[in-house]
Design a protein around this ligand. Structure first.
Ligand SMILES: [Zn+2]
Length: 171
């Protein structure tokens, strides 16, 4: 999950214990994170557009941070962008965008989304939905939202990603 840690660095610095921040300073072979981003010019462009969509939702008071949101991408240009998104997958895009979920080729539920049409990437539509509006809950360990918080009776405040981690630490 090194990629996840890297992408969350911005937020991690604000909120995470020192140990986590130390861990993500530079990647395995000593290159700074910047190099990895320079090699992939497309994804930062998309991330910029998603950031603008999140900012629009924030200005409307619908979300606080990006992590409070689920990002729907109902349409994207088929030739260049959609194959890239599908190759990355929803889970990785969730990490890349620093949100709580990504849904490709799906429309957001009626009435809860803030819609954004990309100018930079014509044909790309982004819909931002507050996780709360979907009935998701916030995990108290990683601060992302999930529909599965509460499933585990022993750890009712944790998400499905954190439950096994906490279990492994305190068997
Ligand atoms: Zn969690």
């Amino acid at each position: 999950m090194r990629g996840a840690a890297d992408e969350r660095l911005g937020e991690a610095r604000e909120r995470a214990p020192r140990a986590l921040v130390g861990e993500v300073d530079g990647d395995d072979d000593g290159h700074p994170q910047r190099d990895a981003e320079d090699r992939q010019t497309d994804l930062p462009r998309v991330r910029g557009e998603v950031s603008r969509a999140l900012e629009a939702a924030r200005k409307q008071g619908r979300i606080g941070k990006g992590v409070d949101a689920i990002v729907y991408v109902p349409t994207a240009p088929e030739e260049q962008w959609l194959p890239l998104f599908e190759a990355k997958g929803e889970a990785l895009l969730t990490t890349l965008f620093n949100v709580s979920g990504v849904r490709l080729k799906q429309r957001a539920p009626e009435g809860v989304a803030v819609s954004y049409e990309s100018q930079d990437i014509p044909g790309l539509a982004v819909e931002v939905v507050p996780a709360r509006a979907l009935g998701w809950n916030k995990c108290e360990r990683c601060w992302t939202w999930s529909p599965r918080v509460g499933e585990d009776a022993t750890h009712p405040t944790l998400c499905e990603r954190c439950v096994p981690v906490v279990r492994a630490m305190r068997p």
